[in-house]
Design a protein around this ligand. Sequence first.
Ligand SMILES: Nc1ncnc2c1ncn2[C@@H]1O[C@H](COP(=O)(O)OP(=O)(O)OP(=O)(O)O)[C@@H](O)[C@H]1O
Length: 311
Amino acid sequence: MEKSGPSRTEAPAISVRGAVKLYGPVYAVNGVDLEIGNGEVFGLIGHNGAGKSTLFKMMLGLVRATDGEIRIHGASVQGRGFRAVRRGIGYLPENVVLYDNLTGTETLHYFARLKGAPLGDCAAALELVGLTHAAGRAVREYSKGMRQRLGFAQALLGSPKVLFLDEPTTGLDPEAIRDFYATLRKLRGQGVTMILTSHILAELQERVDRLAIMSAGRVQAVGSVQGLREQMALPLRMELATSEAGAAAVRDVLGTLPVTAHRWEGGLFNGHFPREAKMAVLAALAGLGSAIHDFRIHEPSLEDVFFGFAD
Ligand SMILES: Nc1ncnc2c1ncn2[C@@H]1O[C@H](COP(=O)(O)OP(=O)(O)OP(=O)(O)O)[C@@H](O)[C@H]1O
């Protein structure tokens, strides 16, 4: 999914310039600049209260910015032209409000009317989120995960070009999470721009083109997961298993490298080294031949990166 960033030739899907939102004395959003390209899958992560939902609502024109400008497909979200653009946007709020007495189909009909989307879209949206079997059942009988999927279905009505998904996998089981991301891949293939938040960082790691880390109303870092890892200059972790006879030789070689040891237990070594030493470490260990039984290098997780930027 790696992409170099927003396209330079057309208006970006989303452009945020100096966005500020003050609630009384509280800066919910405090000077955010962001550009999201057409067809990008973009993640927004941050602690509770970091300002993610507020920024989402500002980008949707639901919350008026105290300062700054936000454009979607070139149209200012506070401008007159935004109503038309708004039709091409799908939104799954953090807590989607559903009416217990309506069935799945009736719920989508209701949202389709609100949005001016064809009622004919509803069956396909239910199918896409795997709820066709429950379409005629009242929402009161839906599980938490089914409600969340119905919320996702309403966001898909009207074939949106931009999708805002606030905590879209809340309440979903692992299989439903996998299905959800498979649907996102399908939509990405159709050129839909998606911006999503999640607290489950491991989930976003392999699934977004780029992400922004928010803290205290500001964007602390933006980039691909790999780009952020490199920016943070976090060390790589290594695990190594040696033969009994080769352990001493391995220990000697490791002693000549910029490797920090965490644990030597029997023939098992666990430590870390700076990214720029990677090739030197590999070359030195390759010279040890059969003294090494197994060797693994681990990239820092998104969680490691997040805590580096957001704390
Ligand atoms: N309507 C509001 N009135 C007053 N303060 C608000 C309002 N909405 C948000 N805030 C404040 O703005 C800050 C950012 O909140 P926001 O909901 O945007 O954070 P978040 O990153 O989405 O958090 P979470 O992960 O918990 O959903 C918080 O300090 C919050 O208390």
